[in-house]
Design a protein around this ligand. Structure first.
Ligand SMILES: Nc1ncnc2c1ncn2[C@@H]1O[C@H](COP(=O)(O)OP(=O)(O)OP(=O)(O)O)[C@@H](O)[C@H]1O
Length: 276
């Protein structure tokens, strides 16, 4: 292993940067080594010059704060350290190694079997229930933002860059998220709350089972139209091997009416009643 280039305040050389393990809109994620303790971490470095507006800057401020607020939960990537300079912000996090997301797994091995999807579903819901108990709405739940620790099949939610803190009963507005996974109330411009994460989680679980998202289009506009129609189908050819219980569960998450959609807590109790 060769880790060069150092990172640290006042030349403390606290961390040595190893290889790049991921790339997002605003920066890169690298594996880093802390010589003092012998530990490895993931470091997301955001180039402040790449932030074009106040919304981007607010997201940058929010991400480490929300992660700290949520620490510790076994299904949420934990924040370890922060280095803020004039030009960059580096967030040091618990490392998931190798860095594999549900998206990577879908690309490399295709669809997931129902028992593994159920195990991941429970962990995702436990993470969301924890987030929502602390008033944090993730707003960008998608396969790329759910990491899989292959050593023990534990999933960990990452990337709170689009997250928001809402007080009890509070709602927000603004289009945030990723086309295939975004909830209809977000696209409609309505005020919305934490239930948007349950819609997205439902779409992720559907995609794990089917290999394609439930609402599809060639362009972002076409995807948005399909999401707004919210016509949820389970084509027999694809869902032949999937239980009616699983389809029932997905209908309770991918439900257009947010007031009738399961909360994370309701989804977990349903899960504990039916699956265990
Ligand atoms: N803690 C971690 N351990 C291992 N890999 C990670 C970790 N955090 C992020 N990654 C990898 O880096 C990628 C990008 O991370 P992240 O989504 O946080 O960046 P981003 O810039 O916020 O991306 P986006 O463009 O989606 O907003 C992830 O998809 C994953 O592959």
């Amino acid at each position: 292993m060769t880790c060069s280039q150092t990172l640290g305040n006042n030349n403390t050389n606290k961390y040595q940067i190893c290889e790049e393990i991921g790339r997002g809109r605003f920066g890169t994620v690298s594996r880093v080594y802390a010589p003092a303790t012998g530990d490895f971490f993931a470091c997301k470095t955001i180039d402040k010059a790449s932030l074009s507006d106040d919304l981007d800057r607010a997201c940058l401020d929010n991400e480490p704060k929300l992660m700290a607020l949520l620490s510790y939960h076994p299904n949420i990537v934990q924040i370890h350290d922060l280095i803020d300079t004039d030009s960059t912000l580096s967030i040091f996090m618990e490392l998931v190694h190798p860095s594999v997301s549900i998206y990577d797994r879908l690309v490399s091995s295709g669809t997931f079997f129902e028992p593994q999807t159920a195990s991941f579903a429970k962990q995702i819901l436990q993470a969301l229930s924890h987030c929502h108990r602390y008033g944090v709405v993730h707003r960008d739940i998608k396969p790329e933002n759910i990491l899989v620790d292959l050593r023990n099949d534990t999933v960990k939610i990452c990337d709170f860059g689009s997250g928001i803190w809402l007080g009890e009963g509070e709602t927000t507005e603004g289009v945030v998220g990723t086309p295939y996974y975004v909830a209809p109330e977000v696209l409609m411009g309505y005020s919305y709350g934490e239930k948007v994460d349950l819609w997205s989680a439902g779409v992720v679980l559907y995609t794990m089972l089917a290999g394609t998202p439930p609402f599809y289009g060639e362009t972002a506009e076409e995807i948005f139209e399909a999401v707004l129609r919210g016509n949820l189908r389970f084509p027999t050819k694809i869902f032949r091997g999937v239980s009616s219980m699983a389809k029932d569960f997905l209908r309770k998450l991918i439900c257009k009416d947010a007031s009738r959609r399961f909360s994370a807590e309701q989804a977990l109790s349903w899960f504990n009643d039916k699956v265990n």
